[in-house]
Design a protein around this ligand. Structure first.
Ligand code: SF4
Ligand code: SF4
Length: 351
């Protein structure tokens, strides 16, 4: 059997973004990165006591317990940088393997400038390079001979779901749904509130949504009695301090005009991501109501409400709730949300 041509990587969703990894961050290292056998050998030559864990069929670097970072992180720097595995070299690019290979930017990464959501034109007077060259070349190097078969299998899964929803009169193709939103703002209605609480700290610190806050460890948002608690985590595991518990909003917080515009751009970015449709189609199989268009509208409202609620809570612990959430507040909220929601199951998979 021949492997077929190497599938193209769609990088259109990278256009307009600029990226440079921040040396004071380490956020993406609060994870268990997957390793190949070769990467494992290289890492062990640098760090002979490094621990590994099996996750399904994959081997990963073990994170320290209680929400700690990968065993190689020391003072927010990678102790195995020259031998770090592929996921670390590729971040903040995430590739959804569905009917095509679509690269998207993980906006939780504080090294990415969210002004890229404004579109492909770089900001005036700002000629900085995009900064994704190394990450993209690593992604491309990993598009192996197995990928055409995986694309074929996920395309067949999507087709089966489409046929099923079509027979119920609920199917609307992606292109049609996207065109329904051309030039149209995404509303976040009152009915999208209150949003689902994050897990509680007692359920496991590794389950909590994280965000970079410029402190010695990332901030995690946890459900708590009387609201949501914001916690600073230690890279060695455990909670360094609590920033406080504040009530989560019951209704959409007010936004400045710039804040509302940034949130709308972010929701349109979601609409362009294939992963959104993969998540929605799967969810529709468990519920006999509604068309794809209606589900996408509800999902965008849910994402928008989650961003708003997290932005509001994080603004409150940083120094008091503002009268209106600014674009900076919304950026904080979407950074605290993006990775979390990108990690959901679809009829496709991650490269
Ligand atoms: S989250 Fe982004 S800025 Fe932070 S360490 Fe990872 S790649 Fe660098
Ligand atoms: S290997 Fe290095 S870059 Fe990758 S998660 Fe661990 S500390 Fe971070």
């Amino acid at each position: 059997m021949t492997a077929g041509p190497t599938p193209a990587l769609d990088v259109s969703l990278l256009a307009g973004f600029r990226y440079a990894c921040r040396p004071d961050c380490g956020l993406c290292c609060f994870a268990e990165p997957r390793v190949t056998p070769r990467e494992r050998t290289q890492l062990l030559s640098i760090a002979p006591t490094l621990g590994f864990v099996e996750r399904g069929r994959e081997e990963c670097i073990a994170a320290r317990p209680e929400g700690g970072a990968c065993g190689l992180l020391r003072n927010l720097r990678c102790g195995g940088h020259p031998a770090r595995p592929s996921p670390c070299r590729e971040f903040p690019i995430s590739v959804h393997l569905g009917e095509r290979l679509q690269a998207t930017v993980v906006l939780s990464c504080p090294g990415v400038d969210v002004r890229g959501l404004d579109g492909p034109e770089p900001a005036v007077g700002d000629p900085a390079p995009m900064g994704f060259d190394e990450e993209l070349s690593r992604v491309r190097a990993r598009i192996g001979p197995d990928v055409p078969a995986r694309l074929k299998a996920s395309t067949a899964r999507r087709r089966r779901i489409a046929r099923h929803l079509e027979s119920d009169g609920r199917w609307v193709p992606e292109s049609e749904v996207r065109s329904e939103w051309d030039g149209r703002a995404v509303e976040v209605p009152d009915s999208a509130f209150p949003v689902e609480s994050p897990p509680e700290a007692a359920d496991g610190l590794d389950l909590l949504p994280l965000t970079f806050a410029g402190t010695a460890g990332p901030w995690a948002i946890a459900g708590a009695l009387g609201g949501w608690e914001v916690l600073e985590l230690r890279e060695t595991g455990g909670i360094a301090r609590s920033l406080g518990v504040v009530p989560a909003p019951e209704r959409p917080p007010l936004m400045s005009a710039d804040g509302a515009r940034l949130l709308d751009r972010y929701l349109h970015y979601w609409l362009a991501r294939d992963v959104l449709f993969g998540v929605v189609h799967l969810s529709m199989l468990d519920d006999p109501r509604g068309t794809v268009s209606e589900w996408v509208a509800a999902e965008l409202a849910r994402i928008g409400a989650t961003v708003l609620a997290r932005a509001d809570v994080l603004a409150a612990v940083r120094g008091g709730r503002p009268g209106r959430l600014s674009a900076d507040d919304i950026a904080v909220g979407l950074r605290a949300t993006d990775q979390d929601l990108l990690d959901r199951a679809t009829w496709g998979s991650r490269l």
